[in-house]
Write a protein that binds this ligand. Structure first.
Ligand SMILES: [Zn+2]
Length: 85
């Protein structure tokens, strides 16, 4: 799946209006990665690591050319999160 195209002003406005907090991303905290541990109503675990729809996440998605964050990116994300505790 290709990265979102932020030349598309509508998509950028959607992200900003829904998830922008003081100019920062309220989903990923500017890390570009979202980590969820959710389970569907039917009991299927469907969480994981995802690129955020914000400009940071989409630029990472574009540069890495992968649909999901790889193990190296996930390790960096975990290290970043640990440093915030
Ligand atoms: Zn984000």
């Amino acid at each position: 799946m290709p990265a979102l195209n932020y030349d598309d002003k509508q998509m950028f406005e959607w992200w900003l209006n829904c998830y922008g907090v003081k100019g920062f991303c309220g989903l990923c905290g500017q890390s570009g990665i979202i980590h969820t541990e959710v389970v569907s109503p039917g009991g299927v675990p469907c969480g994981g690591y995802f690129f955020c729809p914000c400009p940071n996440g989409q630029k990472m998605h574009e540069l890495l050319g992968e649909d999901r964050p790889n193990e190296s990116i996930i390790a960096q994300y975990k290290k970043h999160r640990e440093s915030q505790k």
